[in-house]
Write a protein that binds this ligand. Sequence first.
Ligand SMILES: NC(=O)c1ccc[n+]([C@@H]2O[C@H](COP(=O)([O-])OP(=O)(O)OC[C@H]3O[C@@H](n4cnc5c(N)ncnc54)[C@H](O)[C@@H]3O)[C@@H](O)[C@H]2O)c1
Length: 337
Amino acid sequence: MSGLRGAVIGCGFFAQNHLKAWRDVEGARIVAVCDLDPARAEAAAALTGARAHSDAASMFAEEKPDFVDIATTMEIHEPLARLAARHDVAVICQKPFAPDIETVRRILGFTRRPIMVHENFRFQRPLIELERHVRAGAVGTPFFAHISWRTGYDVVAGQPYLAEVERFIILDLGIHLLDVARFLLGDVADIHCRTRRTMPGAKGEASAVLSLRHLSGAVSQIVCSYTTRIEPDPFPQTLIELEGDRGSLHLRHDYRLEHHERGRMTVHDVAPRPPAWADPQWALVQESVLNTQQHWIDCLRSGREPQTSGADNLKTFALVEAAYASAASGRAEVPEA
Ligand SMILES: NC(=O)c1ccc[n+]([C@@H]2O[C@H](COP(=O)([O-])OP(=O)(O)OC[C@H]3O[C@@H](n4cnc5c(N)ncnc54)[C@H](O)[C@@H]3O)[C@@H](O)[C@H]2O)c1
């Protein structure tokens, strides 16, 4: 057993994917797991063979990990990142990086070691393949993308805290799609957004429509909803139509990637290749968690900046803030990273 020594803080709902994926990551192993709830920490320890802790400060002092994986909800990311900085430990942190952009800036201000946001959508196999085709010139110069994530899946059942937040789908899910838009079409000049509160019992918006103008001149549209009645429900797939001056790429339901060019259509199968422990319903997500964590370790070991470093994620977060500002003002807003 060799490689970097890691610790996971927060062993709740989504961290189960992290914990299982860490067992397959090359170049790292988890030596400590920590949760305020000792039963959750013990269950995580049983899964990974790591030592269980219920206090993050004493865990850092005793275990001296090389990196920490923060998988708690966003309100606790700043104090835990501060603790990591005090112990000179590199950080991978779940999205959203923080509840607001001021907190993101503060975290980046005190962080001296590598830091990456666990932004896993761009590490989903269909999106890796789509971007690879775009970069290889399959559509020529892109001028338009339509990015859709509309579902009736009950997200609040697994994450009950989502019903209480004032900023709901854009901060929780739209943030992934904004990162995907940047991944495919580059940085954004301005953004326009409309939201609707469509989920009874939820405080925040459960549907949103966003229009982005990219610095390249391309435009994209993001549509997302947690209250769409649709069969078959594509959850948790992102569906994309991307057009350029030579052709277009359509990422359809069930991982069918169509390439249209010169009157011809070619179809590629871009289904995930999930790890053995994956649940079929979550294969797309679980494979992307493994890919994200492997990317982080590869970057940490080679000294490269991760694709979704803290500094990069600040730009995605600025789009979230600009989207909410636009929903309030009714005008297009310029992101301020
Ligand atoms: N990338 C994705 O696709 C995806 C999907 C779902 C959730 N998430 C994100 O994952 C994060 C966690 O969400 P969740 O639903 O798993 O939350 P959760 O509430 O189920 O789990 C959080 C855990 O952190 C523990 N915790 C809180 N403060 C702690 C502290 N100071 N020290 C140690 N443990 C502490 C809690 O006891 C809890 O067990 C959120 O930021 C959420 O947005 C990401």
